[in-house]
Design a protein around this ligand. Structure first.
Ligand code: FAD
Ligand code: MLT
Ligand code: ZN
Length: 476
């Protein structure tokens, strides 16, 4: 399937032999080497079910040293590998394209230290995001990252994709909050850049090579993260507005009036909300509007925060910018509001086949892409909708169809990328490049930048064993 659809040729890697398997069994024991075809299946299919690999070898190391020995062996034997965390990636980067060996971090799930005073935690790459958040929550801390896949994604996967998520607007991206990284290079060498210091200007900041490089430069084995204090007060509002202009006005006002406590500002258009009210029968707390806004605040004094939020809502509703809305700080109600937003991704899959785009677009032009695609594709689609992190100028444009069609694919791509590029946007705001977008990087990066990335790749992985066919276009 993959080969036909994408016209990709297998690289000149060795084929897996019994001798290779014996080495892995000897290193990890039988239970941590999976080769039964049916057990291998879930590691070969991505979350959105767009790509499928054919690996017959899944390895589950527990320690950095084991990862090092695996990579040293694979490098010497020219065996290609695909690092995998929670396999929730949305660009086909986390599954093999052909028969690459999957290195799963599922058993690397220990939190090694929590410094309650500085807020710095050190953990292995395979810790599930939600588990970390729960454990450090007991000590009054929170992970500065939250996303719909939190129950499955691994922190190593988050770092490797530089995941953005629902609160980036407040807590910044992982290039800021990851203080240190331990990674294993393609040749098996362990690179200890696991600083727990906030300030450390001793030479090049090598950790950044691993943040967002999607397993193409090394396998992340441990991370040190600066975690903020868990907020004492959380408030949310769910609003309905008539036009995208009103969304922008509300955002501006929100920043002015909620200032330092604003932790999330998310957009959901009518057809996106319809995904969850339709497929999952979830209840919207307000009647139908063309656009919905989800606002969250994190602060330290509920009385102040509630007062600020209410004052903001009164003024925005008073002069008709916001037409309807509800505010709450009850945990169960807030959970329901987040579910409306977070379930869109999964719900869309019930439409059929989804073409998914994750674009950074200058905020004024943010939503026009949905109208442009409606004009271009119109009724052939089940749904053309937009939602996302408007606070970060990051829209998720989704076009769903009953089934995949090559003709439709060609109608949408590369048009979407050309359009985004013409606005000086980014063809991947937060999901990464993976397998699906590697030939489109040039829409957002100059030839010189791509050459330098390819030079770095050649230097760090001369045998190209790490996550081949992904992230960068084939170099000449
Ligand atoms: P995987 O999917 O397993 O891997 C992702 C990439 O990282 C692959 O290229 C893989 O090879 C590489 N990789 C994984 N682990 C390692 C490692 N230890 N070392 C080196 N390379 C590694 N993303 C966002 O940015 N923001 C969102 O709001 C968001 N919401 C989502 C909601 C849902 C419902 C889903 C399904 C996905 C969402 N995503 C979002 C995408 C995805 O969850 C993130 O990209 C996440 O960071 C991937 O983590 P993972 O552990 O599942 O990684
Ligand atoms: C989100 O913001 O919900 C995620 O990035 C996933 C998606 O694009 O659907
Ligand atoms: Zn997102």
């Amino acid at each position: 399937l993959t080969k036909d659809r994408y016209n990709v040729k297998r690289g000149e890697y060795s084929l897996l032999t019994d001798g290779h398997m014996a080495f892995f069994m000897n290193l990890l024991g039988q239970n941590r080497v999976i080769n039964d075809p049916s057990e291998c299946e879930s590691y070969n299919i991505d979350w959105i079910k767009n790509v499928r690999g054919q690996s017959r070898c899944i390895l589950k190391p527990r320690t950095t040293e084991e990862v090092s020995k695996i990579l040293e062996f694979c490098n010497e034997n020219k065996l290609a590998v695909c690092p995998q965390g929670g396999n929730t990636g949305l660009v086909g980067g986390s599954v093999p394209v052909f028969d690459e060996i999957v290195i799963s971090t599922a058993l690397m799930n220990q939190i090694e230290s929590i410094d309650e005073i500085s807020g710095v935690i050190v953990c292995q790459a395979g810790c599930i995001l939600e588990n970390i958040d729960q454990q450090i929550g007991e000590k009054g801390l929170m992970v500065p990252l939250d996303l719909g896949a939190k129950g499955s994604c691994h922190i190593g996967g988050n770092v490797s994709t530089n995941a953005g998520g629902l609160r980036l607007l407040r807590y910044g991206n992982l290039h800021g909050s990851v203080l240190g990284v331990e990674a294993v290079k393609a040749n098996g060498e362990i690179l200890d850049c696991l600083s727990t210091l906030k300030k450390d200007n001793t030479g090049y900041h090598l950790k950044h090579l691993f943040i967002g490089s999607e397993g193409s430069l090394g396998v992340v084995t441990k991370v040190a993260i600066q975690c903020p204090t868990k907020p004492k007060a959380i408030n949310m509002a769910f609003l309905g507005v008539e036009s995208f202009d009103s969304v922008l006005t509300t955002f501006r006002r929100c920043k002015n009036e909620l200032g330092e406590i604003l932790s999330s500002f998310e957009l959901i258009d009518a057809l996106s909300l319809d995904v969850v009210t339709g497929h999952y029968k979830m209840q919207s707390p307000i009647p139908q509007f063309p656009f919905y806004i989800l606002i969250e605040t994190h602060g330290s004094c509920n009385e102040h925060d509630e007062e600020k939020l209410n004052r903001f809502l009164e003024s925005a509703m008073g002069d008709g910018v916001v037409l309807d809305g509800t505010a709450t700080n009850q945990p169960s109600k807030m959970k329901q509001l987040w579910e409306l937003r977070e379930s869109i991704t999964q719900g869309l899959l019930m439409d059929g086949y989804v073409f998914k785009y994750d674009l950074s677009i200058p905020i004024k032009e943010f939503y026009a892409i949905v109208d442009v695609m409606n004009e271009k594709i119109g009724k052939d689609a089940v749904r053309i909708c937009g939602y996302g992190h408007i606070g970060d100028s990051n829209i998720h444009l989704n076009l769903s169809f009953k089934e995949y069609s090559k003709e439709m694919h060609n109608k949408i791509e590369p048009f979407v990328y050309e359009y985004t590029s013409s606005l000086k946007g980014s063809v991947s705001a937060e999901h990464g490049i993976g397998f699906r977008k590697s030939k489109y990087v040039h829409y957002s990066k100059s030839p010189a930048a791509i050459n330098l990335m390819q030079d770095i790749k050649r230097m760090m992985d001369p045998n190209k064993i790490l996550n081949p066919y992904k992230v960068l276009p084939e170099s000449s």
